[in-house]
Design a protein around this ligand. Structure first.
Ligand code: SF4
Ligand code: SF4
Length: 159
């Protein structure tokens, strides 16, 4: 059986053009980064606003969830996902969810038992899926040159 994390990932919304589990804009950005030798680094810390618990898109087996029936099947297989309720659809017709565990103050009611997708947020891969961090989030994404590449270049200068 796949892990919950492998089966269903949550992401903050604001997607542009979703194609499967990537987006056209995210893929182009990925190529641009690879060509420039850079990578994405996550910096900052959580300020507890709770926004990422309220505007969620879920991904299952490589695709963004569009079908309510499919979501119900996921909940049958993985009851922990019953905490998510469908609140509507985005402009592309993909389902949007709210987590019923978040308090009005933005606190998780059972932080110790939150899902892996919650503790992993925000992953750098979110960028390539076409997602963005909410504007009030304490985290941000930065483009950086990987340390091993900087080290390699410096070693070349010494030799
Ligand atoms: S389980 Fe907790 S951390 Fe995860 S989305 Fe729900 S309220 Fe947020
Ligand atoms: S949106 Fe960012 S700052 Fe707000 S709760 Fe989520 S991780 Fe924390």
């Amino acid at each position: 059986m796949k892990s919950l994390y492998d089966t269903c990932k949550g992401h903050i919304i604001y997607f542009v053009t979703k194609i499967g589990n990537v987006s056209l804009s995210g893929f182009l950005y990925y190529l641009q980064l690879r060509l420039s030798g850079k990578t994405i680094m996550v910096t900052g810390s959580c300020n507890g606003c709770g926004t990422c618990c309220r505007s969620i898109s879920l991904e299952s087996e490589g695709g963004w969830l569009r079908s309510e029936k499919k979501f119900r099947r996921i909940v049958e297989d993985f009851p922990k996902y019953s905490r998510f309720e469908i609140t509507g659809r985005d402009e592309q017709g993909f389902l949007l969810f709210n987590c019923t565990w978040v308090t009005p103050e933005g606190i998780c009611r059972d932080y110790e038992n939150r899902l892996p997708l919650c503790s992993a947020f925000p992953e750098a891969s979110l960028v390539f899926a076409g997602g963005k961090i909410p504007s009030n989030c304490g985290y941000s994404f930065s483009e950086v040159v990987p340390f091993d590449k900087v080290l390699k270049n410096e070693m070349k200068k010494i030799r």
